[in-house]
Design a protein around this ligand. Structure first.
Ligand code: MRU
Length: 355
């Protein structure tokens, strides 16, 4: 098993994405096989990493960004002996393929942009330096993401009362980031501050990120977690059994509208109806000041098969097709607090974090 333990960047005992020591491979935890297995795959060029992102080997907006950065670093390693023009062209082409791997998580395009910044100058450097420079840049993106998660965790924990039952949707944890997590980072930080916390995790159809991933990583950390199906939050809100909601985000528009895993909007509506805080935790790499509002966010449409089949078995008549938007948009007015490493504000004041 090739991943270094603990992760050299996050210090955790597992990691969504790492770069091999000599920069020749992106090492990804194949999250599709959790919780039964914990297999790592070694990918040797940017195209392989892009396919892994599309196929959900690695998922979660910040983790996709880190994986993309490592994919670009590995591509630089592949082309380490190319002359300047060929290196530049190969990296540009790889960047375009990588950025198109999934459309909604802005962290992907952001990370590719960071890796390609000053590419002309990097290409002109001695061959021996180019790949090392990009490997270090990718590791810096990873380190910054972990630091952002820890900072937003500390901020967000202040909004979680002692003794709270917290509802979360999808997986916005260590598996979805460079480490520690956004929404689950808030929960971890509250626990580390000595608060007694119980978590309800929505299972999150169709990929079951809540059941397979959130329950896996929280129970591994000794955090009290129970699984509920996506149809159950209304029942638990009505019984007064949920005190606060915390979720992650894939893209936050300038006006504070939040794209996150399909089902998030319904949870936000329930939280408002039942007068409970709805917190969104995300690093500033998820803020998209160029996107004016939620209507302008490209919502990924995934295959019908991912809904009508579970673990290889059909659950609907053969002639029925399913709808499968991967994300929905929660309007800013439903976001009680948007928590980033830079600060936290009500959703409608998101632009203050984008200055
Ligand atoms: O389709 P996924 O699993 O990539 O969707 C993940 C989510 O929607 C997460 O909530 C979001 O990316 C935030 S992860 C810190």
């Amino acid at each position: 098993m090739p991943v270094p333990h603990p992760s050299p960047i996050s210090g955790a005992s597992f990691s969504a994405a790492e770069l091999s020591e000599d920069g020749d491979a992106a090492i990804l935890l194949d999250q599709r096989r959790l919780p039964e297995e914990e297999p790592y795959v070694r990918l040797l060029d940017a195209r392989a990493v892009a396919v892994a992102i599309t196929d959900m080997v690695v998922r979660g907006a910040p983790a996709i960004g880190v994986a993309a950065a490592y994919g670009m670093a590995v591509e630089a390693h592949v082309h380490r002996n190319d002359d300047e023009g060929a290196f530049l062209a190969a990296m540009r082409e790889a960047g375009a393929i990588m950025a198109a791997a999934r459309p909604t998580a802005v962290n992907l395009a952001w990370a590719v942009g960071e890796m390609l910044a000053d590419l002309g100058a990097i290409s002109a450097r001695p061959k021996a330096e180019r790949a090392a420079t990009l490997a270090e840049r990718a590791r810096a993106i990873h380190r910054a993401d972990v630091a952002a998660c820890r900072a937003m965790g500390a901020r967000g924990a202040a909004h979680i009362p002692d003794g709270a039952t917290v509802l979360t949707h999808c997986n916005a944890g260590a598996l979805a980031t460079g480490g520690y997590g956004t929404a689950l980072g808030v929960i971890r930080a509250a626990k580390e501050a000595g608060k007694r916390i119980r978590v309800l995790a929505d299972e999150t159809r169709p990929y079951l990120q809540g059941a397979r991933l959130t329950c896996w990583e929280l129970s591994r950390d000794g955090i009290d977690v129970e699984l509920i199906t996506d149809g159950m939050p209304g029942h638990f809100f009505a019984r007064g059994a949920i005190d606060v909601v915390v979720v992650g985000a894939d893209r936050i528009a300038k006006n504070g509208d939040v794209a996150n895993k399909i089902g998030t909007y319904g949870v936000a509506c329930l939280a408002r109806l039942h007068d409970r805080p709805f917190l969104v935790a995300a690093p500033s790499s998820t803020l998209d000041p160029a996107c004016p509002n939620g209507a302008a966010i490209h919502i990924e449409e995934r295959a019908s098969d991912e809904v009508v089949r579970i673990f290889g078995r059909s659950i609907a008549p053969a002639n029925v097709r399913a709808r499968h938007p991967g994300f929905d948009v929660t309007p800013a007015r439903l976001v009680t607090r948007l928590v980033t490493e830079r600060g936290d504000v009500p959703g409608e004041r998101a632009s203050e974090l984008m200055a």
